[in-house]
Design a protein around this ligand. Structure first.
Ligand code: SF4
Length: 238
């Protein structure tokens, strides 16, 4: 079977995925990055009925929650809100206060990885907006890959699904140009010195308010952590 490569336009990859995978396809977005807006706009043009998984960790910026509602309404998206099995209060009761400061990998696993991977168990393929240029771990990202879903509570053994990254070969500049060309909105905090939006506790402004910066440097500052765990355990499709 012909598979999309970096030479394909993102829209061509999305059309291929919708035709090949039908109801087995799900897209995920944090609604915190311009890449997600571009991808969701492209998906909505091809098939707005494709479900969009949105992981609401319970620690998101209010601006991100509001932007999710605004963009979803504008594009007519079918958003599936994914929430952790523990509320913030239950997590604090079980693991203590400020788990994100003491063990961010565990916190990300509880609040992001487990909930999304549990949902992904019900699909054949997962589409994301990651780009090679975003982090060192993503430099080898391919347009079509295999992704191993780690065993997660409460679903037991992991399994491997197809992962599709239509924007893998794009630059951040191409993403912004796409948003401009289509007059698309984006998370307002991206104009306030935040390069990338995650949870309030683990995201900080890296430039003065009013500035736009072009990387993920404000995430998990002061630590070696650059990934929440969603995008690890991926390998080229066979
Ligand atoms: S980004 Fe921070 S607060 Fe959010 S889930 Fe990960 S460690 Fe927890």
């Amino acid at each position: 079977m012909i598979r999309p490569t970096l030479d394909w336009k993102p829209e061509e990859t999305i059309r291929w995925a919708v035709e090949q995978l039908g109801k087995g396809l799900v897209v995920s977005s944090s609604f915190g990055n311009p890449e997600g807006t571009a991808l969701l706009h492209m998906v909505a043009q091809v098939d707005p009925s494709v479900p969009v998984a949105w992981v609401n960790t319970g620690f998101l910026f209010p601006e991100t929650v509001a932007f999710q509602e605004r963009l979803s309404r504008r594009l007519g998206l079918r958003v599936v809100e994914v929430v952790p099995r523990l509320t913030p209060e239950e997590q604090a009761a079980r693991y203590g206060d400020d788990l994100w400061a003491r063990d961010p990998d565990l916190c990300c696993r509880i609040r992001k990885v487990e909930p999304l991977f549990t949902l992904l168990q019900g699909y054949d393929a997962w589409m994301t907006a990651i780009r090679r240029g975003q982090t060192e771990a993503r430099t080898g990202a391919r347009v079509v890959e295999e992704h191993h879903l780690q065993p997660v509570h409460p679903v037991g053994p992991g399994r491997t699904i197809t992962k599709i990254n239509p924007l893998a070969g794009w630059s951040r500049q191409q993403v912004w140009a796409y948003l401009d060309a289509h007059d698309l909105p984006y998370n307002p905090l991206l104009d306030e010195g935040y390069p990338s939006l995650g949870c309030v506790q683990c995201t900080r402004r890296v430039a003065p308010a009013g500035a736009r910066v072009d990387d993920r440097s404000g995430r998990w500052w002061g630590s070696q952590k650059t990934e929440c765990g969603l995008h690890t355990a991926t390998r080229p499709a066979g």
